[in-house]
Write a new protein. Structure first.
Length: 73
């Protein structure tokens, strides 16, 4: 079975919690992975993701100091 990914773009002024909440809702409805960039962090969410886990992964990625920043909810 193929796995589809949908890329979202959020505007300045959005917060990471709202971004994950919207991404998870879209992922659940469309049954796809959702990918979006938020302040240089590539974030991924699917229907099983939680906002709490996504926000924690985002902040952990920022603190990591790595050059490739990923947050999977």
């Amino acid at each position: 079975m193929a796995t589809a990914t949908l890329e979202l773009k959020f505007l300045a002024g959005d917060d990471i919690e709202s971004a994950f909440k919207k991404a998870i809702r879209i992922a659940s409805v469309l049954e796809v992975w959702v990918e979006f960039k938020f302040n240089s962090v590539t974030c991924l969410a699917n229907s099983l993701s939680t906002v709490k886990h996504g926000v924690k992964a985002y902040h952990d990625a920022l603190k990591s100091g790595d050059s490739n920043l990923y947050a999977v909810a």
